[in-house]
Write a protein that binds this ligand. Structure first.
Ligand SMILES: [Fe+2]
Length: 149
């Protein structure tokens, strides 16, 4: 599911439209879990306004997206995809703060940014607790390399 979470980018350069495009493609293939990953990966907060990027879907698509987010089950599979997306750069695993700043610098900040960052930090704390350690320890070399290179 992690590998296909951004498959909606097949539509080309897109903002939130890639979320619904990926969801629809995966549902068309009868892969509802993958569809849910596409739908929820950018929404630790279930609020379309919290999307960091262009809201480039039609009013109908936005309403549908809002409805789908309201209905989606947020379990540990969903949270794990959100976590992975929030600690990954093209170069590898990094500190969440670095990744969130990367997104903020590219797309700007909004009134919901702080809430979204708190939600991501809370997801990391959840998996830290499940793993019985700070998850960065699992990627220690990669994280250090990314910071000092
Ligand atoms: Fe995405």
């Amino acid at each position: 599911m992690g590998l296909v979470h951004d498959i909606g980018r097949f539509v080309g350069r897109a903002g939130v439209r890639h979320v619904i495009a990926g969801y629809d493609l995966m549902m068309e293939k009868s892969w509802p879990d993958a569809a849910r990953a596409c739908l929820t990966h950018s929404f630790p907060v279930r609020d379309l306004a919290a999307y960091n990027g262009e809201i480039d879907c039609t009013a109908e698509e936005c309403a549908r997206l809002t409805h789908l987010l309201d209905q989606a089950v947020y379990d540990d599979e969903v949270r794990l995809i959100q976590l992975c997306d929030a600690i990954s750069l093209p170069t590898g695993v990094t500190l969440m703060e670095k990744r969130l700043m990367d997104v903020g610098l590219r797309h700007g900040l909004s009134r919901t940014t702080a809430d979204k960052w708190r939600a991501f930090l809370s997801i990391k704390a959840h998996f830290d607790a499940l793993c019985g350690q700070n998850i960065y320890q699992l990627f220690q070399d990669e994280v250090i390399e990314g910071i000092f290179s």
